[in-house]
Ligand binder design. Structure first.
Ligand code: ADP
Ligand code: MG
Ligand code: MG
Length: 875
């Protein structure tokens, strides 16, 4: 089996095998960019390592040797040569980029001998020992699993001995001392000397990279980002180029456009006389890429030129790692840059305008799940703010919360529902759980491409980085800003769009859709087949939905109108009525109220369909709770209340008890109410049609549709359809107007789907109520499942996803498919849609598209997402 590919043997499309980093190194090599030579060990080798329980894959060495020989040839250096050694980096790189989650080792091949050769051949002692100490540190940490802080302590000691602040200021002698101390540390911690044999170093490093696929933070990262656990990482072995050779050398990271806003302008940073991770790790706050133009115009121009070539080649915004070795530029990595949702939208729209991608491609460039970010609230620009300090605007959005200084604290408080801001000098991949739990991230060091900034942008969390006015005291758990001390738990706010750090919580305002987003959505509208409606119960939500582009209302729940505190007594009066006359009297009081509700909604939706569902929940939901009543009656008895009142209360209790159900979800609800109390549905239908008549008279174009819930049998629908039609006829006659309307049903129990060929004959439309359909198909209630056993089902992978969040295609989906087919066979005009929460979830929307539904209906805030997801389903 071929486990090893030279860079020139690969290409960008081989990500599965070579990982993203390896595939792109190959691609860059083949389009002629300056990439240090090297080779990639495949993800299959990693998987082999895991299936054999941690063995070095058989035959792998025999392939590594000639590949290494090839690198030696192209560099003119030999691995392990004491005079002029070849040094390599050993870099992880999976199919999906997981920045900083796995491990990389630089300067491999150094030992006590080769370090002297390196010093001699480069005429640069300081550089050689700086490289060696970095290598021992990375190797010690990654391969030998010695904790980072042991090394840091030694480095700090060297710095304080020499009385300097930065690593780059350490003298050769200090560095030699550090090397010796590091080696002692390794002997002490592992009981063995630091391995001097380069081949052995390489073997151990490759194994360590394989292992790093399964380190804790990589596992967490995969879980958060839904990356499969079994695809493994590739390993890239690449000859080193050095950014730490002096002040004509350096290293940096740059994006071809802003990953924060999407603006078309080089966005990045670099550090002179530094290596690899220094920029990302926030060791020193780096220089903005623009200053490179002053520092070295030739290199800057070359960089700009190649960066734009890369962007054109990949037709997407690139995130590029580069190193300058003695005035020569090298490219070490390129990938499609991670970005915030606003940036994703702006970049996609502008790339399309620039003619690099089509509208269809632009649509697919947006991850619908990310769009939630756009609906984040923003800081009110008019609010008075007490700005304490300013840092770099690293990730947009605003956040307020109590400050904490540790990822574990952030996680603990976050899980208790507290809002926290994680405040650190810099973050590392080990802080990922704390970042996840925090509202926002604030660091005192590190730039726009530091770990904290990258991760925050990807998660859509606000972040302010490199805010140097903050002096954090980890032992005292406080931060001082311009001389004022703020203890842990102080409430601060950050504005990731401007970099401001603000005292206290700040007022937030609702989001708006950006111009680019609106444009992108109009492209989505041109492409998609599914219509997008919204679930809304009042004129305000209806208007919001319309503003977001909803093409009507797919579910208007009437019970919310019954819950209104002003109406509850009348609703109860209706429920408690002993006779039909009494009930009709109560209903006649509700009628004008319901009529006004429908009037408002139909008016807000002029020209668009409004699907109104008749009463659905069991009646006892509108009555007081049994325990409360018992307590009240007992009190009345004890205090000797008026016997008439007591009697009334007792009657109420009897009624409440009589209505109580063992299993309300499967009880007396939905159209069961319409069958037993037709007068309730008749009142609702009348309210709908009287509102319609009023609007028609006022000149509005309206499209009311009446939806009967929870139907199990065609006879229910026949009966209730007739009642609705009779009511409509009566109202039209009384009012002397005519209007069109439809009558349809929800499909939310298996029997309805199974007999859709019967039900379809009397329905104008079907709407899959997939919340209930999922419950009734799976036979368990959502509330119980999510609290009790569903987590175990997901952990044990019995179910791949929560079926209440992502539509269960194999089970519930099969019923839907049958329902659509049977229904349309008997009624080709039948309109079919979905109104469960799944209607706003991208994968479920795709499934609805595949089933050939006419529409999805979701909450107003998810309408933009649904428009996009519906278009993506089509592309
Ligand atoms: P990550 O996936 O965490 O970014 P990388 O493998 O990209 O890890 O490497 C970490 C850092 O080391 C990057 O800044 C990269 O540019 C640098 N680096 C990797 N290989 C080399 C090399 N051969 N020469 C110089 N720098 C390198
Ligand atoms: Mg990298
Ligand atoms: Mg339902």
């Amino acid at each position: 089996k071929k486990y090893v590919y030279l860079f020139r043997e690969g290409k960008a499309s081989m990500r599965d095998l070579l990982g993203g980093k390896g595939a792109n190194l190959a691609e860059m090599t083949n389009i002629g960019l300056p990439v240090p030579s090297g080779f990639t060990i495949t993800t299959e080798a990693c998987n082999e390592y895991y299936t054999t329980g941690g063995q070095f894959p058989e035959g792998l060495w025999d392939q590594i040797k000639p590949a290494l020989g090839n690198v030696e040839e192209s560099t003119g250096k030999t691995f392990g040569n004491p005079e002029d050694p070849l040094l390599v980096s050993v870099r992880s790189g999976a199919k999906f980029s997981m920045p900083g989650m796995m491990d990389t080792i630089l300067n491999l091949g150094l030992n006590d001998q080769t370090v002297r050769g390196l010093a001699h051949s480069t005429q640069n002692d300081r550089f050689a020992y700086d490289s060696y100490r970095r290598f021992i540190q990375m190797f010690g940490n990654v391969v030998l699993e010695i904790e980072h802080h042991f090394f840091e302590a030694i480095l700090d000691e060297a710095k304080s001995k020499q009385a300097v602040t930065y690593d780059s200021e350490l003298s050769t002698d200090s560095l030699k001392w550090v090397v010796e101390e590091y080696k002692k540390l390794i002997q002490k911690e592992t009981g063995k000397p630091f391995p001097q044999e380069p081949i052995q170093q390489l073997e151990q490093a490759v194994l360590a990279v394989f292992r790093s696929w399964n380190n804790d933070r990589a596992i967490v990262y995969r879980k958060i980002n839904a990356i499969p656990d079994d695809i493994g990482t590739a390993v890239n072995v690449q000859s080193m180029v050095f950014g730490n050779m002096g002040n004509d050398s350096g290293t940096g990271v740059a994006f071809t456009r802003s990953p924060s806003t999407g603006e078309k302008a080089l966005f990045g940073e670099y550090l002179m006389n530094a290596q690899g991770e220094d920029v990302v790790a926030g060791i020193r706050t780096p220089q903005p890429i623009k200053s490179l133009e002053q520092e070295n115009k030739a290199i800057y121009d070359q960089f700009v030129d190649i960066a734009s070539r890369l962007e054109n080649h990949y037709r997407d915004m690139q995130d590029i790692e580069f190193t300058i070795e003695k005035g020569r530029l090298f490219f070490l990595q390129t990938r499609n840059g991670k970005r915030t949702a606003p940036a994703a939208i702006r970049v996609a729209v502008e790339l399309c305008h620039e003619g690099l991608i089509t509208k269809e491609e632009a649509i697919t460039r947006i991850e619908p799940g990310q769009l939630d970010q756009l609906l984040h609230r923003r800081m009110d620009a008019n609010a008075k703010l007490e700005v304490l300090a300013k840092g770099l605007p690293a990730s947009p959005g605003a956040a307020s919360g109590k400050i904490v200084f540790d990822a574990d604290d952030a996680e603990r408080l976050g899980h208790n529902g507290e809002k926290v801001i994680l405040l650190r000098t810099e973050t590392t991949p080990d802080d990922i759980h704390g970042i996840l739990a925090a509202q926002g991230i604030l660091t005192s060091r590190g730039g726009m491409t530091s770990h904290a900034a990258v991760v925050a942008r990807h998660m859509g969390k606000p972040a302010v980085c490199g805010c140097e006015a903050l002096k954090i005291d980890y032992t005292e758990h406080n931060v001082s800003i311009n001389g004022v001390v703020y203890p842990e738990g102080t409430e601060l706010s950050i504005d990731g769009a401007t970099g401001r750090v603000i005292k206290g919580a700040v007022p937030m305002i609702d989001p708006e859709l950006s111009e680019e987003f609106k444009e992108l959505l109009t492209w989505a509208d041109e492409i998609r087949k599914l219509r997008v409606l919204a679930n809304a119960d009042n004129p305000k939500d209806a208007q919001k939905a319309r503003d977001f582009g909803a093409q009507g209302i797919g579910l208007c729940r009437t019970e919310h109108m019954f819950m209104d505190p002003a109406r509850i007594p009348i609703v109860q009066e209706m429920i408690l009525s002993q006779t039909l006359e009494e009930r009709e009297l109560a209903l006649s009081k509700l009628l004008p109220m319901q009529e006004d509700d429908f009037y408002g909604i139909l008016k807000a939706m002029t020209g668009l369909p409004v699907i109104i569902r008749l009463l659905d929940p069991p009646l006892h939901e509108f009555l007081p709770n049994v325990e409360d009543l018992v307590v009240e009656i007992t009190k009345m008895k004890v205090t000797g209340a008026n016997p008439e009142e007591l009697k009334e209360k007792e009657a109420l209790l009897r009624k409440v008890r009589a209505l109580a159900e063992l299993n309300p979800m499967l009880g007396h609800r939905g159209c069961r109410l319409g069958v037993t109390f037709p007068e309730i549905y008749a009142m609702q239908a009348r309210a709908i049609f009287q509102a319609s008549a009023r609007l028609v008279k006022e000149g509005f174009e309206i499209h009311p549709e009446v939806m009967i819930p929870l139907v199990i049998h065609v006879k229910e629908l026949e009966m209730l359809r007739k009642l609705t039609e009779d009511t409509a006829q009566a109202v039209m006659k009384e009012q002397g107007v005519s209007f069109k309307y439809k009558v349809g049903t929800m499909i939310e129990v298996p029997r309805a789907a199974l007999t859709a060929d019967e039900i379809g004959k009397v329905a104008d439309f079907f709407s899959f109520g997939t919340n209930d359909l999922t419950q009734t198909t799976l036979g368990f209630s959502r509330d119980d499942a999510e609290g009790k056993f569903l987590p175990a089902y997901l952990d044990k992978k019995v179910l791949a996803q929560n079926p209440f969040a992502v539509l269960d295609r194999d089970g519930v989906g099969k019923l839907m498919k049958m329902g659509v087919k049977l229904g349309r066979e008997v009624n080709p005009e039948l309109e079919v849609g979905i109104c469960g929460e799944h209607g706003g979830e991208p994968s479920s929307i795709e499934f609805c598209h595949l089933l050939g539904l006419n529409y999805v209906s979701c909450s107003p805030f998810r309408v933009p997402l649904a428009r996009l997801a519906a278009a993506q389903a089509k592309v």
